[in-house]
Design a protein around this ligand. Structure first.
Ligand code: ATP
Ligand code: MG
Length: 559
């Protein structure tokens, strides 16, 4: 197994260790709070590994809580997908799956509490007016003309909002904090909006829904979360998070800690944008192997371990704006598959070779290990017959100097087998190559030929025993490093034209029947994974996870 050190700094882990050592935390409780409005992506994996990882490490609990305050965009299918993704990554949430909507009754009574204390009011301004009254970073806001309604009137209006007596947008409930605060989040933030929408958990019970800000901290407090870990865009919301905790009779006082989100080059990590790719049929669903979703990465061939390792490698800091090189992600999976993937030969661009000194009825079978360094991975059988397939890229009629593969008159080793020499090139009427005629040196199995060096090795499969396979070669979806950086250019304009190439190839017999998600190194070609959907339907389809060349390891060595 690889022994390289992969841990990068993680300031939250350090902080919690200090808290634990000083006896400041009894039992760590964290939470992962996805909104069920899409499938999880690699950015969420960072948050999952952080929250669940800390709970594992410090013997605490991590809750899975759906932040489900926006019924219009949420769906049961996303809830199911998110649960499956977290479990697939190998994490376990403590207790039942939780929903912010479990706390709607409590939140509503806390809203009434704030009204009672004259710390919240019903506002009739329209959404546009509210925005206008709110002011800007340089100008203070102005109080709404409805700000001084009596407690009785506010209580009555709030209750009627709840009952559905008003139209959407007609009224909102706002906290009464400070319209002149330098922090815009404290300028009387909205607590409840009217939404006549059916909710996937609460049905038609509610006609008003709480805002994220009014929900999150209180849900943390109800659940006894000790460390509420979120991304940096919530830093400016922290005073508000704390204001609610200070002004409501909450049972516990969680603490919010922010970290920098993951940005990965050549990738978009925004559910909204990923949903667009799905809705416009640019990809084959949320789990298309090109998608940076957890389900897409799974289908592509990533393992849970490789994603967890990647998240460990990138570390956790507060430094914003950095971009992680996708080569690091490729490195994480490649270094695992190097040690764990079965080896097989598969020819992607078949060119026929006739071995002229091999008899028609020759039926030699060469046995080779499933993995060169793993006795526990069994043996595979490679039949050698008169006709074989090689990859047409491994032959050149007029090779440049250092082309160590096959060329007229030149020798090459068939991987795991004999050295052959190309004696003749057979062409068709159009000048294309039909087949090569080669001869085998039978005195070269497992040993060098007498008196000469053969440098090149190529992969091959017996034509009589080859199994037809479909191979899907995936590449980055986007051709620029930061597809959504430019506000004036649609990120879709940066889509790459060749993120998917489908080829029909020939595999060795060990590929005839494989279970979904079996992972292989196709020797000399790359790492591949049996597509979980196609394989389940009995088709032989392999997705390229990643190529063999490790650019990340190279960068590391140079640095
Ligand atoms: P998106 O913009 O893709 O919809 P989100 O933050 O709105 O992401 P949520 O479902 O609200 O999605 O996120 C759940 C958790 O995952 C949050 O705590 C959020 O901070 C975290 N998260 C989301 N994206 C990233 C990222 N790129 N890096 C790290 N954490 C992330
Ligand atoms: Mg969100």
């Amino acid at each position: 197994m690889s022994t390289e050190s992969t841990s990068a700094p993680n300031f939250i882990r350090n902080q919690i260790r200090e808290d634990a050592d000083a006896g400041r935390v009894d039992k760590l409780v964290t939470r992962f709070p996805p909104e069920p409005n899409g499938f999880l992506h690699i950015g969420h994996a960072k948050s999952i590994c952080l929250n669940f990882g800390l709970a594992e490490q410090f013997d605490g609990d991590c809750h899975l809580r759906f932040d489900d305050t926006n019924p219009a965009k949420e769906e049961q299918a996303y809830i199911d997908g998110i649960k499956a993704d977290v479990e697939w990554l190998g994490f376990h949430w403590a207790g039942k799956v939780r929903f912010a909507s479990d706390y709607f009754d409590q939140l509503y009574s806390w809203a009434q509490h704030l009204v009672h204390e004259d710390k919240a009011y019903v506002d009739d301004l329209s959404p546009d007016e509210i925005r206008e009254y709110r002011g800007t970073l340089t100008e203070p806001g102005r109080p709404s003309p409805y700000r001084d309604r009596s407690v009785e009137e506010n209580l009555d209006l709030l209750e009627r909002m709840r009952k559905g007596e008003f139209a959407e947008g007609e009224k909102v409930l706002r906290a009464k904090i400070d319209m002149a605060s330098p922090n815009i989040n404290l300028r009387d933030p909205i607590l409840y909006r009217i939404r006549h929408a059916s909710h996937h958990q609460t049905g038609d019970k509610w006609k008003i829904y709480p805002s994220y800000d009014f929900t999150h901290g209180q849900s943390d407090a109800i659940e006894g979360v000790t460390h509420s870990i979120c991304t940096l865009e919530f830093e400016d919301h922290r005073p508000l998070y704390e204001w609610f905790l200070a002004n409501l009779p909450v049972p516990t006082t969680p603490r919010q800690i922010e970290f920098a989100r993951l940005n990965l080059n050549y990738t978009v990590t925004s559910k909204r944008k990923l949903k667009l790719l799905v809705d416009q049929d640019i990809v084959d669903g949320w789990d298309d192997p090109r998608m940076p979703t957890i389900s897409g990465m799974r289908r592509r061939g990533y393992t849970p371990g490789s994603i967890r390792k990647f998240c460990e490698m990138i570390g956790v800091t507060r430094a914003d704006g950095g971009m992680v090189d996708i080569a690091m992600l490729y490195h994480a999976i490649r270094s695992e598959l190097e040690d764990t993937a079965l080896r097989a030969m598969c020819v992607l661009k078949p060119l026929k070779v006739v071995l002229t000194n091999v008899a028609e009825d020759h039926d030699e079978v060469i046995e080779v290990p499933g993995h060169p360094a793993r006795d526990d991975m069994g043996m595979r059988k490679l039949p050698l017959t008169r006709e074989i397939w090689i990859d047409s890229d491994d032959f050149m009629e007029e090779p440049p100097k250092k082309f160590f593969r096959l060329a007229p008159g030149q020798e090459v080793r068939l991987r795991n087998a004999y050295v052959i020499r190309c004696d003749e090139v057979i062409k068709n009427a159009d000048g294309g190559i039909d087949e090569l005629r080669c001869s085998v040196d039978f005195d070269t199995l497992g040993k060098n030929p007498e008196g000469r060096k053969v440098k090149g090795v190529i992969h091959w499969v017996s034509a009589a025993h080859a199994v037809p396979v479909e191979v899907r070669l995936y590449d980055n979806l986007f051709q620029v490093e930061a597809p959504d950086k430019d506000r004036d250019v649609d990120f879709l304009d940066h889509l790459s034209g060749d993120s998917l190439t489908i080829v029909q190839g020939f595999g060795e017999p060990s590929l005839a029947e494989v279970a979904p998600e079996t992972r292989f190194q196709f020797e000399r070609v790359g790492y591949f994974c049996a597509d979980r959907h196609a394989t389940a339907e009995g088709k032989r389809v392999f997705n390229r996870t990643v190529g063999l060349k490790d650019t990340w390891a190279k960068i590391q060595k140079k640095g």
